[in-house]
Design a protein around this ligand. Sequence first.
Ligand code: CTP
Ligand code: MG
Length: 236
Amino acid sequence: MTAVARHIALVPAAGSGSRFGAALPKQYTDLAGQPLLRHAIARLASHPSIDRVVVVLSPDDTRFDALDLAGLRPIIEARRCGGDTRAASVLAGLRSLAGQVTPDDWILVHDAARPCLPDSVIDRLVATLADDAVGGIAALPVADTLKRADADARIETTVARSGLWAAQTPQMFRYGVLLDALEHADLDQVTDEAGAVEARGLSPRLVEGDPANLKVTYPRDLQLAAQLLAAMGDVS
Ligand code: CTP
Ligand code: MG
């Protein structure tokens, strides 16, 4: 491992937001006066450990070029290579970096739909994983008791929560490790980068995330996201 590995944020932003259910793709939904995607990019670009921010768009994206990125560090670039699934979008983004990165460089995959990423989560990932050969993910230990439901929404069983964590992003892996994992993955089945890395027999680290780092999935998530953003202060 080299000590000079760079940290490249990769933001998959080629989804349609079907659960969000708006006419506009979810990543362009307004939150406190800016599209969700701009918030996510701004959080990453304002962190001093991040060297580049690569945004993966749908090939027919019509809105990215209108984003006002003027106040942000000029380390942001877009690639119109998004695919049918999140994993396909991430893999296409990784392939587009071939020749520009080394296998040891770090890739921090971060959802466009997580606009409130605290600096402290990036700090912890970068510090905890610095000498790691594989990488790891931001995640939170599950606090609630978990129930498995039957088809009638009745409790079938109580799932022991001991040892269970809820995955967030960023998910931070060595470029070479992540490319290999996604090249071998069933892209329709993989739900996060760690899952693909696990399937190669590796064990990603769990690094403490933050409850503020919520993913906007449904319209109801916007109100809480707006409150969290207001409490965090502006980065640009
Ligand atoms: N994403 C992507 N390419 C896809 C699907 C998703 O780049 N084919 C991105 C989304 O734009 C989002 C992130 O992956 O930034 C997390 O996905 P999710 O929150 O599930 O967003 P959507 O897939 O757009 O929403 P839904 O699953 O409700 O359709
Ligand atoms: Mg999705």
